[in-house]
Design a protein around this ligand. Structure first.
Ligand code: GLA
Length: 403
């Protein structure tokens, strides 16, 4: 559910003055999310139906199916856990979540961390109570529960505050939005508990320019994802140009993973996961873990691909060039290594007219020893080598010593 239909995209391109300075950024030196957060979030599969039991079951599965060992640490409850506020303003959980502290303790007992969801307006996107006017109180409650991650979703702040306080003045509306995120950032900081702060405001007003300064660890760079290749590819395309804003402690967030959801083919699942790894995107799985197929588990736990995502240099990959519907993306890794992804965003390229890899366009000279991170095999990449690649599939190579 969304409340922002009345704001046009063109209007949202209006630049804003955040008033946040480099000093503020330095003083908010990140202690969390030094690599892109990894975990699981309830929204993409359970949506509003999620319960305490689903969260416990998911935590159990993450431990049992190898995801925890592969790095998936955050178990995040999305919207619809909220009940009503009492006379003191304290927000209670609804009947689906009888005891949030006990749930947090349970998730922690598994060696995992727990995340929660709210927003700066009066209501969340699902229409449940959000944090407007209760920021400090809510942040303290999260810290008391032992919450490790907050996703803060704009939604009703648009009609509640932006449109009400600054009707017709888009730039002023954006300043109000930034101030609201700053307010919660300060409230979280005041708790003294390290809590990952995830801004969910759909990429409005270039959050990559102002979110790091207020202590945002990740910010959505687009609208919502769905388990559909066209949507996934559209989001991927919108990330080009944002690489310079990502780094340890602050990441562009092209939204949570749809791997294993909907009707995505195995190739599409693999390509989606690969490209999110190349983007240094948060890897928040969003699938039905108790019923996950082995081939989906194998994608989500591919250690070599995860190592690309989690590379400590924190440099986001970029599109090097495209040839028709085949795209080549590169990502610089620590130790001088290079990841190269070849993506068939559209039609297949067979041996009749295969795609030819152009190493010179990647700044490489002559044959390169590489590892194919999906087959595990060592390969030699040569100038203009043909690569057969089927619709929506990908090849991912790691070149340890590029020449
Ligand atoms: C918005 C967000 C989603 C999800 C829902 C919950 O649409 O972008 O990721 O959190 O709200 O209501």
């Amino acid at each position: 559910m969304r409340f922002f239909a009345s704001l046009s995209l063109a209007a949202l391109a209006v630049a804003s003055t955040s008033g946040l300075t480099a000093t503020a950024q330095n003083s908010a030196a990140p202690q969390v999310a030094l690599t892109p957060p990894m975990g699981w979030n309830s929204w993409n599969y359970f949506a509003e139906k999620v319960t305490d039991k689903d969260i416990r079951d998911s935590a159990d599965r993450i431990v049992a199916n190898g995801m925890k060992d592969a790095g998936y640490i955050y178990v995040n409850i999305d919207d619809t856990w909220e009940g009503e506020r009492d006379a003191s303003g304290l927000l209670h959980t609804n009947s689906k979540f009888p005891d949030m502290k006990a749930l947090a303790d349970y998730v922690h007992s598994k060696g995992l961390k727990i995340g929660i969801y709210s927003g700066p307006g009066t209501k969340t996107c699902g229409g449940f109570p959000a944090s407007l006017g209760h920021e400090e109180q809510d942040a303290k409650m999260y810290a008391d529960w032992g919450i490790d991650y907050l996703k803060y979703d704009l939604c009703s702040f648009i009609p509640d505050v932006m449109e009400k306080q600054a009707p017709g003045d888009k730039a002023a509306q954006m300043r109000l939005m930034i101030a609201a995120y700053d307010k919660m950032a300060k409230a979280l900081k005041a708790t003294g508990r390290p809590i990952v702060f995830s801004l969910c405001q759909y990429g409005w007003d270039a959050p990559w320019e102002w979110a790091p300064a207020l202590g945002g660890n990740l910010w959505r760079s687009t609208g919502d994802i769905s388990p559909d290749w066209d949507r996934i590819y559209a989001i991927l395309s919108q990330q080009d140009g944002l690489a310079k804003y990502a780094g340890p402690g602050h990441w562009n967030d092209p939204d949570m993973l749809e791997v294993g959801n909907g009707k995505l083919t195995i190739e599409e699942n693999r390509a989606h996961f690969t490209m999110w790894a190349m983007l240094a995107a948060p890897l928040l799985a969003g699938n039905d873990l108790p019923h996950m197929k082995p081939e989906i588990n194998a994608i989500l736990t591919n250690r070599d691909v995860i190592a690309v995502n989690q590379d400590k240099l924190g440099k986001q990959g970029t599109r090097a060039y495209s040839d028709g519907e085949v795209e080549v993306w590169t990502r610089h890794l620590s130790g001088g290594a290079l990841a190269v992804a070849v993506l068939a965003a559209g039609d297949s390229r067979y041996s009749t007219h295969p795609f030819h890899l152009d190493l010179a366009k990647l700044g490489l000279h002559g044959p390169q020893e590489a590892k194919n991170l999906w087959t595990g095999k060592t390969v030699t990449l040569t100038e203009h080598m043909p690569i057969e690649i089927t619709t929506h599939d990908v090849q991912l190579y790691r070149i340890a010593s590029p020449k």
